[in-house]
Write a protein that binds this ligand. Structure first.
Ligand code: ATP
Length: 342
C-alpha cells in the first residue's frame, strides 16, 4: 500500500476562544477528487489552509505522501492552492501568469514556456496565451488559475470554493470540466465547497463537516443514500425524517429514519402496498411545481411531514396544482429507509 496523498491525524485549530477545527482524522488517496463540504463556519477552509501551510495547527499532524509537513512553510510543501478570487496578475498575459511560479523557481526559459503551454492546453485554453485576464470570461479566468497551479505539477491541488465566483450555468459546465481535467492530469484534487450538488457531482468521496469536525466520509452515493446523522441528511439534500409517533405507527419501530423525496411514490389511498414496501397516509399540504418535477409536501396522519418528488411524466402544472388537499398514500421500498443518529 502506498502512502495516502494526504493524511490528517488529530488535527485541531483554535483562534483564541473559537475552536475552528476540533479533531479531524482523514486519509485521501493518490489521484482522488475529494470534497470537504459543510456550512459556513464549519472549519473546512481552516483544514485546507493547514494542509497548504498558511495556518499552523494547534495540535495534530499533516502528512503529504507519507512525509510529516506539519512544521514546513507553504513553499516547502508539494501542494498548490487555487483561490476563489483566482488572484491573477492583471497586467500580465495569460501565459506569463501561468509561467510566473516557474520564473520565481528559476526554471529555464524554454522549459518554462513549454510547461506553461502544456498546462494551458490541459485546461483547454490554447490560443488565449497572449490575452490579459480582463479579456477573459469568468470561466476562462478560473482555468488560468488552474493552469497556474498545475504547471508546478504538485502532488495535491487544493481548491477553495473553485467555482464560487461563476454563475449557475457556467458552474455546472465547469463541474464536468474540472472532473475531466483532474482525470487527465491524475493529480489529487481536494476542494472546499458549501454547495452539496457541486460536492456530489465532482467528487470520488466527500467529507461532510459540522462544527469543526467530520460528520461522515463516503462516496457521493453513500453520503446521499445513507446519511449517518440527521445533520448530514439535512445538509445533503432534503432530510425527510420519520421519527417518534410516526416511526412507531408507520414503520413499527423506534428511532429516526430518513427516506429521500425521489424514493417516495404518491399513490391513491386504496393502492396496494407490496411486501417489501412501507407506506403512510396523509394529505397533500403544498404543491411546488418546478418544470421537470413537482414536490408534494404531505402531512402524515401519524404526524410529521414528508416531501415527495415526482417527475412530471404526464402531468402539466394545472393538473398538479389542483391536488392540494388530496388524501394520498406515500409508498416506498423499505431498503430506501435509513436509520440515522438524530
Ligand atoms: P466558509 O464556508 O464560510 O469559509 P468554513 O467552513 O470554511 O466556512 P472556516 O473558515 O474554517 O469555516 O472557519 C471556522 C471558524 O473559525 C469560524 O467560526 C471562523 O469565524 C473562525 N476563524 C477562521 N479563521 C479565523 C481567524 N483567522 N481568526 C479567528 N477566527 C477564525
Amino acid at each position: 500500500m502506498s502512502d495516502p496523498a494526504v493524511r490528517l491525524r488529530g488535527l485541531r485549530k483554535s483562534f483564541g476562544a473559537v475552536d475552528a477545527v476540533t479533531g479531524v482524522d482523514l486519509d485521501i488517496a493518490d489521484g482522488e477528487f475529494f470534497a470537504m463540504l459543510g456550512p459556513s463556519g464549519s472549519g473546512k477552509t481552516t483544514v485546507l489552509r493547514m494542509i497548504a501551510g498558511f495556518e499552523s495547527p494547534t495540535s495534530g499532524t499533516v502528512e503529504l505522501g507519507g512525509v510529516d509537513v506539519t512544521r514546513l512553510a507553504p513553499f516547502e510543501r508539494d501542494v498548490n492552492t487555487v483561490f476563489q478570487d483566482y488572484a491573477l496578475f492583471p497586467h500580465m498575459s495569460v501565459v506569463d501568469n501561468v509561467e510566473y511560479g516557474l520564473r520565481v523557481k528559476r526554471v529555464p526559459r524554454a522549459e518554462r514556456r513549454e510547461r506553461a503551454l502544456s498546462a494551458l492546453a490541459s485546461v483547454r485554453l490554447e490560443g488565449m496565451e497572449r490575452r490579459r485576464p480582463a479579456q477573459l470570461s469568468g470561466g476562462q479566468r478560473q482555468r488560468v488559475a488552474l493552469a497556474r497551479a498545475l504547471v508546478n505539477r504538485p502532488r495535491v491541488l487544493l481548491l477553495d470554493e473553485p467555482l464560487g465566483a461563476l454563475d449557475l450555468k457556467l458552474r455546472e459546465e465547469m463541474q464536468v470540466e474540472l472532473k475531466s481535467i483532474q482525470r487527465e492530469v491524475g493529480i489529487t484534487f481536494l476542494f472546499v465547497t458549501h454547495d452539496q450538488e457541486e460536492a456530489l457531482t465532482m467528487s470520488d468521496r466527500v467529507a461532510v463537516f459540522d462544527r469543526g469536525r467530520i460528520e461522515q466520509v463516503g462516496t457521493p452515493a453513500e453520503i446521499y443514500e445513507q446519511p449517518a446523522s440527521a445533520f448530514v441528511a439535512g445538509f445533503v439534500g432534503t432530510s425527510n425524517l420519520i421519527s417518534g409517533e410516526a416511526a412507531r405507527t408507520v414503520l413499527g419501530k423506534e428511532g429516526t429514519f430518513s427516506v429521500r423525496p425521489e424514493k417516495l411514490r404518491v399513490a391513491d389511498l386504496g393502492d396496494e402496498v407490496g411486501d417489501t414496501e412501507h407506506s403512510a397516509t396523509g394529505t397533500i399540504g403544498e404543491v411546488v411545481y418546478a418544470g421537470p418535477t413537482t414536490r408534494f409536501l404531505v402531512d402524515l396522519d401519524a404526524g410529521g411531514r414528508l416531501i415527495a418528488l415526482q417527475q412530471n411524466l404526464q402531468v402539466s402544472s394545472m393538473d398538479v396544482m389542483s391536488l392540494r388537499g388530496t388524501r394520498v398514500r406515500l409508498v416506498w421500498n423499505r431498503r430506501h429507509e435509513f436509520a440515522i443518529v438524530p
